[in-house]
Design a protein around this ligand. Structure first.
Ligand SMILES: [Zn+2]
Length: 346
């Protein structure tokens, strides 16, 4: 009979510092795991298992939504639907990339950094997908064709690139200049975890806040005619609440900070953060689809036409530039003097 021996799990002091998670004391995988044992660990209860599943399963739910819409709607010839497709693709990519990052992050310190560079790039793409969908379907009537509306997606593209760079920078500093063989002890994530975290929160929060300006305006500030006060607002409101809860969990590390070691496997903040993020995305998706349907006629006659350049084109530019940034931040890890010491960093 075929039997597979599951690898022994380690305590925090048995793995290099780069693998440590705040207030998580146990359940770490071996820091030099093979790709096979990383895949195997998906079925073993470690401190990463639920991080993997809480993003892997929603990936299939979002993909099912995307495939169902592609099947029902004429997405290839109807430009009005392109923003929806870009947005739905970004909703599939970010949880999938995250679940892969959590799965393979225990192969080595180098693999861990590169995995999370991809995770940050995918989150930035999701932020652009949200901006493109909001720009087409959810911007309130009053702001349609305004100066803000015409600058909104171009600024979102810039934010995406800047924020991918900033979040990658938050792990190790500038490639070649700050992490190299001579000064690799100055890795900011180890030496200055708080500064590193602040930069990363900023890199995620800033594009989110910018993308939501039209929604915040529509729900909280707008009065009188042209505020697009329809039944979708309740869904936007739920999404905003969940987004703030997601940020709160990411920053506060609750509940594990109150009882270190008690939530190592189940219930720690990163799992809750993942769950709030996907539930928030679900409400956002419902809101975007409802706005798209309810406002179709009005938008077709009043909004600027949807173009390839500012939907699929913008997403392709963002993907290309983010991949380029990830490559630049990853290259020093393969620079032989650095990579040989980096994988032993403690
Ligand atoms: Zn995660």
């Amino acid at each position: 009979m075929l039997s597979v021996k599951l690898p022994r799990l380690l305590r925090a002091h048995q793995v290099p510092k780069v693998f440590h998670e705040d207030s998580i004391l146990d359940g770490y995988r071996h820091p030099q795991s093979s790709a096979f044992s990383c895949i195997l660990s998906v079925f073993q209860l470690t401190n990463e298992t639920l991080n993997i599943w809480t993003h892997f399963l929603p990936t299939w739910y979002f993909l099912w939504k995307l495939i169902a819409l592609v099947y029902i709607l004429d997405v290839f010839t109807e430009p009005y639907l392109w923003p929806l497709i870009v947005y739905l693709l970004s909703c599939c990519i970010y949880p999938f990339t995250s679940s892969c990052a959590h799965t393979f992050s225990s192969m080595s310190p180098r693999a861990r950094h590169i995995c999370f560079f991809f995770d940050y790039g995918a989150l930035s793409l999701y932020s652009l997908g949200s901006a493109i969908a909001y720009s087409t379907y959810s911007v309130p009537d009053k702001l349609v064709s305004s100066m803000f509306h015409s600058c909104y997606v171009p600024i979102a593209v810039c934010n995406t690139v800047v924020c991918t760079g900033l979040s990658c920078y938050s792990r190790l500093g500038l490639p070649f200049l700050q992490y190299n063989p001579e000064i690799n002890k100055r890795i900011p994530e180890i030496e200055h975890p708080r500064f590193s975290k602040v930069l990363r929160v900023l890199a995620f929060a800033f594009p989110y806040l910018f993308d939501n300006i039209p929604i915040f305006y529509r729900i909280f500030l707008c009065s009188g005619e042209g505020c697009t006060d329809n039944e979708t607002n309740a869904l936007h409101y739920r999404h905003i609440m969940l987004a703030f809860l997601t940020a709160f969990l990411f920053v506060m590390h609750l509940p594990e900070r109150l009882a270190p070691g008690c939530f190592d496997y189940v219930g720690h903040s990163h799992q809750l953060f993942h769950m709030c993020a996907v539930i928030g995305t679900h409400f956002q998706m419902e809101a975007v689809i409802m706005d798209m349907n309810l406002r179709h006629t009005w938008l077709m006659s009043n909004a600027p036409p949807v173009t390839f350049a500012w939907t699929i084109g913008a997403a392709l530019v963002c993907i290309t530039l983010s991949l380029l940034l990830i490559l630049i931040f990853s290259l020093p890890h393969f620079w032989s003097p650095f990579s040989s010491t980096n994988d032993k960093t403690t």
